[in-house]
Design a binder for this molecule. Sequence first.
Ligand SMILES: Nc1ncnc2c1ncn2[C@@H]1O[C@H](COP(=O)(O)OP(=O)(O)OP(=O)(O)O)[C@@H](O)[C@H]1O
Length: 452
Amino acid sequence: MTEPQQATSLRVLVADDERNIRATLAICLEGLGCAVRQAASGDAALEALRQEPIDLAFLDLRLGAESGLDLLPRLLAERPGLDVVIITAYATFDTAVEAVRRGARDYLPKPFTPAQIREVVQRVSHRRALERRLLDLEARLAEAAPEATLETASPKMRAALDLLSRAAASEAAVLLRGENGTGKGVLARALHALSPRRERPFVTVNCPTLSEELLASELFGHARGAFTGAVRDQPGRVEAAEGGTVFLDEISEIPPTLQAKLLRFLQEKRFERVGENRTRAADVRIVAATNRDLQAEVKAGRFREDLLYRLDVVELVVPPLRERPEDLLPLARRFVAFFARAEGRPTPELSPAAEKALSAYAWPGNVRELRNAIERALIVSPGQVLEPESFPERIAGHAAPAPALGGDFTAEEVEREHVLRVLARAPSQEEAARILGLDASTLWRKRKKWGR
Ligand SMILES: Nc1ncnc2c1ncn2[C@@H]1O[C@H](COP(=O)(O)OP(=O)(O)OP(=O)(O)O)[C@@H](O)[C@H]1O
């Protein structure tokens, strides 16, 4: 995590009718690295806010004849994110409460010390840095994967999606089965989005990542003191998802005692928080996913048969990527476009050899592996065409041998290979044309002929 932003870049307004106070505060704030504006009246303060993106204002409770409390909402209306600290020689509990009620962040009785000012400035800088970081993370999360597509040309996937949309309308528990990375999480979310519960929360619980106690608490919540670290009452995911869907990922990893609790919850929609006797009810739909053969787990005595039958009222098998070859290239192109956009560069093309390599590879890690391979390919290949070499050897190795000089290839095959490779490494078409000694229109015609 980056360090919270230092006070240096805070822009601070000091609004006080006493010149001495303004000057003292300004010196102190400048000493902390802030850029300071001064205002002797309410109008001057408003004007300063209009002109500059002020972060923090110290506002006197009595600005001459004006009331700082009345001015406060006007300042906030001018700049909604502003932090305001009321300063006053007439400190009373009531005015402090009223100031906070009207939106002040803090309240400082005069005379104040430089240490108090430093503390205020540090608090504000710290909070602002955290806010920015949160916004940044939210933006990056939204960018992390392209919108999942439910379009498919694969008959197997089509059948799975048809079943998904039929199941969505019902209340039945759904079990998604498929290898890692096939998109079970994506489909669980799609099921929720297609269901009548779509306006309510979709909440994921990742079963293998937690200890038994923490998983129980994650699902059903806990009472204060239920275990070490349980410092307050805490609702679980089941409560957080009220009216919506809970997605239990990797359900086979759920320990036996919790299997019993989950079974009861599926039967009665009732549960207790860990460490509490009160029985609560929740209205949620359960969707679970597994990459294991749960029948085999039942036979081996690791998974309760009655729970399995409650979970797989509708069982949906998500085919691995190698069994839906029709989806491979459309998905790959989608990822190429997505990661190119994230880097702010034009979308490169996949060369025929690269397409061939991608199509021939078995993708044991499924859609996730494809996504990661494309993300990496864009990093290592700045040009406009992705060649097999842009991909890791295990994938590139599936490409047909490239036409080589002096080999059994036609002149056009060699020329095509050469031109496409230059296009792949050149930063622009113009530069590629220059290297190849072709004019732009000839290069364009050749590309068109080769379908590039
Ligand atoms: N149809 C799709 N369109 C776009 N992206 C997809 C699609 N299917 C899967 N992905 C992407 O592939 C990755 C893996 O998907 P997801 O996590 O849903 O798989 P999973 O089967 O739940 O995996 P695991 O079993 O490992 O939890 C994610 O980055 C997801 O965004």
